[in-house]
Design a protein around this ligand. Structure first.
Ligand code: TYM
Length: 347
């Protein structure tokens, strides 16, 4: 997986922060666009990863299953290879400083900037009365990143606009309260080659909310049943029609799951109408099942030990809070809030 900025470009060990919403299953778009990169980056960077449950409540959600989905997301990340011995992994709401910093950053964030966010424009159309949380979503994201003064943020393409805004918020806060210094670094995105994986409908980005995903923990049969009806080259109506692999989403997915020789065979057999789309999908399904099998096995075994996952998240929250508390002391001080005589009660 490609890291566009190497650690050597930055003095000391650069810090990475990234997050994922527990709003549904962990899917191959998340994995190829971000999580696979997180796993690789933890060898060379100081990494902090977060299950962002507070972001997942900005729309309609099911409060009965939120905690379960939060643990499931953490389980999925551990199964992918996030290693608690190398990285900090925690749940956003377990570190209350995220919400506090968000409030303070609201004071330097222009509403106009929030209103022009593409995701806000899209998602706000689903509401008759738009919740303020949806508008302020990117400020919480800025708080997540700036709380740890992260240098780099590995994400998919859909988050780069939010990151631009984070940099803008950091600049404005530094100008106002930095006392001539850049207290908050301006974080840069780290993109993979798979910046935007399309959904199985071939129409939109693969997304939990659109139901066009393949889950990372899907069984071999589920993977096949989802791939079977997936959209391919629209111009290929019958098996005898020669296809154009470049316009086919299934071909693109082969690029991430199949070896180079297979990818070449797929392209050749598609152009020459030697394979039907189902043949091509069967090969993809087999390679996907092979790649995802070990992750699924690890997840199934972790699901048997939920208390171990909870322990990892509790340790992660303790480590995260140590850094967060230090940042908040500085931030409160620089913003002129009255110092506390005693520390706040731990929650
Ligand atoms: P979320 O939960 O939607 O997605 C998690 C990560 O997966 C990437 N991703 C994709 N990449 C390629 N193709 C796709 N189809 C695809 N779908 C999702 C996302 O870009 C993301 O990197 N707002 C964030 C969560 C967040 C966050 C943060 C991220 C909250 N605070 C701070 C970074 C830093 C989100 O909703 O991601």
């Amino acid at each position: 997986m490609l890291a566009l900025t190497e650690p050597g470009n930055l003095p000391g060990m650069a810090r990475i922060f990234s997050g994922i919403q527990p709003s549904g299953e962990l899917h191959i778009g998340n994995w190829l666009g971000a999580v696979q990169n997180w796993v690789n980056l933890q060898r060379t960077y100081d990494c902090i990863f977060c299950v962002v449950d507070l972001h997942a409540i900005t729309g309609k959600y099911d409060q009965v299953s939120l905690a379960i989905r939060t643990r499931e997301m953490a389980t999925g990340l551990l199964a992918c290879g996030i290693d608690p011995a190398r990285s900090v992994l925690f749940v956003q709401s377990h570190v209350p400083e995220h919400s506090e910093l968000q409030w303070l950053l609201n004071t330097v964030t222009p509403i106009g900037e929030l209103e022009r966010m593409t995701q806000f424009k899209d998602k706000s159309q689903r509401f008759e009365s738009v919740p303020a949380g949806l508008l302020n979503y990117p400020v919480l994201m800025a708080a997540d990143i700036l709380l740890y003064r992260a240098d780099l943020v590995p994400v998919g393409d859909d988050q780069t606009q939010h990151l631009e805004l984070t940099r803008e918020i950091a600049r404005r806060w530094n100008a106002e309260f930095g006392n001539g210094a850049d207290y908050f670094p301006e974080p840069k995105p780290l993109l993979t080659e798979a910046t935007r994986i399309m959904g199985l409908d071939g129409q939109a980005k693969m997304s939990k909310s659109l139901g066009n995903t393949i889950g990372l923990l899907d069984s071999p049969e589920e993977i096949w049943q989802k791939l079977r009806p997936a959209k391919t080259d629209p111009a290929r109506v019958t098996r005898k029609d020669p296809g154009t692999p470049e316009v086919c989403n299934i071909y693109h997915l082969h690029r991430y799951f199949s070896p180079p020789a297979t990818i070449a065979t797929v392209a050749d057999n598609c152009r020459g109408a030697k394979w039907g789309c189902l043949d091509c999908k069967r090969v993809l399904a087999d390679n996907m099942i092979l790649a995802l099998g070990p992750i699924r096995e690890r997840a199934l075994s972790l699901q048997e030990r939920p208390e171990m996952v909870d322990e990892i998240l509790a340790d992660g929250a303790t480590s995260a809070r140590r850094i967060a508390a230090e940042t908040m002391r500085e931030v409160r001080d620089r913003m002129g809030l009255m110092p506390r005589l005693r520390g706040a009660l731990s929650s």
